[in-house]
Ligand binder design. Structure first.
Ligand SMILES: [Zn+2]
Length: 406
């Protein structure tokens, strides 16, 4: 019903007061203490600029578990929890399909830009809209939403159901998409792929930016808590990428140059899609996922991780400088967050006599399974288990008379 009362000032903002571009950055597996830990190694244009010129939200917490990549990205961009947005894990058991599914797998769509099946993905399992969807809806689909990452789920979930998402294909070394979004790659991405950045980045060894003795915020490079790359004897620098890569490109997702390539494709998207060029707010979502793989491979105390953050800091500086020049200072809104963190290696903690321990979810599940069998008969009440999750056979439970079973 029309109202004669004045419109709240919230609705009266003119287009000139709105950012022309929102850039959302997720750093996969970034712990907040990395900012202070590596502070002295950072330049002035990356993390330090964000801290010094922006707001740092410190008292934050997760209100769901597990905090994996899929639920993390979906929660950041939907603003709600897995029970609502539906992304309850990276993988789960689908009780309708009666099969294990990935959070972005979709057999109804096909790859675009590759012959591999890496593009058989979509946001179809996302049950709520994202902030990027809402921006599209609010602008009658005029706002452009582009999302990029090495990981399919890191690109797809932030882009929502109505944006465009592009992710990396380890077979071809190219960024691809799926038929959910479009039937061909945009010209700017074809040109980006044709420059063969992945081949360039894998043509020389990964060595440290600074002398290795300057990596004082990390454990010694050669230690027992890190895992070497397949084909390496020791997890130490330099990592001989030309000999380690094989015929595929997957290893670029495990090294800092994967982040740099993600930054490069983001810059290409800004130019190619003319993001932030007019008064209708656009959205660029970037997920830097190489640091997650580095964390899994070498751990959070490694020289590799420190070097990766020194390089990511430079990539962020490049990105912010590019945005200053292209969109203009104060004309874009930039945020940086993480989908989850990572603990220290528990064996390292144990060796250091810290309070720690390793709890096997498999053992817990086995105990629960044994309890069910001991108390309710020999039937198999577990239908499926995936990582921390257990799915009970609800049909069997409904049919069972628990008063009579032994
Ligand atoms: Zn993650």
């Amino acid at each position: 019903m029309p109202s004669s009362s004045p419109c709240p000032t919230f609705y009266l903002q003119s287009n000139s007061n709105r950012p022309q571009l929102v850039v959302g950055v997720v750093v996969d597996q970034m712990r907040p203490d990395f900012i202070s830990r590596y502070w002295d190694k950072f330049g002035n244009g990356g993390f330090k600029r964000l801290i010094n010129e922006g707001f740092n939200c410190k008292n934050t917490q997760y209100n769901y578990a597990p905090t994996h990549t899929g639920p993390g990205h979906a929660s950041i961009y939907t603003g709600t929890t897995p029970s609502y947005h539906g992304i309850t894990g990276n993988d789960w058991f689908d009780l309708v399909a009666m099969d294990t599914v990935n959070c972005v797998s979709d057999s109804k769509v096909t790859s675009v830009g590759t012959t591999s099946t890496e593009g058989n993905c979509s946001p179809s399992r996302l049950l709520t809209t994202t902030i990027t969807d809402q921006l599209r809806v609010a602008t009658h689909m005029k706002a452009k939403v582009i999302s990029v990452s090495l990981k399919n789920r890191g690109a797809i979930l932030p882009g929502g159901r109505s944006g465009q998402a592009y992710w990396f294909d380890g077979l071809t070394g190219k960024f691809i998409t799926s038929s959910w979004y479009r039937n061909d790659l945009p010209t700017w991405l074809i040109e980006f792929n044709d420059r063969r950045w992945a081949d360039e980045y894998l043509s020389k060894p990964w060595n440290t930016v600074f002398l290795i003795k300057q990596y004082t915020e990390s454990d010694p490079d050669d230690n027992a808590y890190e895992a070497p790359f397949t084909g390496e004897e020791k997890p130490i620098f330099p990592h001989d990428l030309p000999s380690l890569r094989g015929t595929r490109y997957d290893i670029i997702t495990d090294i800092p140059f994967g982040n740099t390539m993600t930054k490069d494709v983001a810059l290409a998207a800004i130019l190619g899609e003319k993001l932030g060029d007019d008064s209708i707010t656009d959205f660029l979502a970037i997920s830097f996922s190489a640091v997650d793989h580095i964390g899994h491979q070498f751990g959070i105390e490694s020289v590799e991780m420190e070097d990766a953050y020194i390089r990511l800091d430079r990539d962020l500086s490049d990105l912010l400088t590019f945005l200053d020049n292209r969109v203009g200072k104060n004309k874009y809104l930039f945020f940086l967050t993480a989908d989850h963190g990572a603990p220290s290696n528990p064996i390292r903690s144990k060796d250091l006599k810290l309070n720690t321990g390793i709890i096997s979810t498999r053992n817990i599940q086995d105990t629960a399974r044994y309890f069910l069998k001991m108390n309710y008969g020999k039937a198999e009440y577990f239908r499926c288990r995936i990582k921390e999750q257990v799915y009970l056979d609800e049909d069997l439970i409904a049919k069972t008379n628990f008063h009579s079973v032994k």
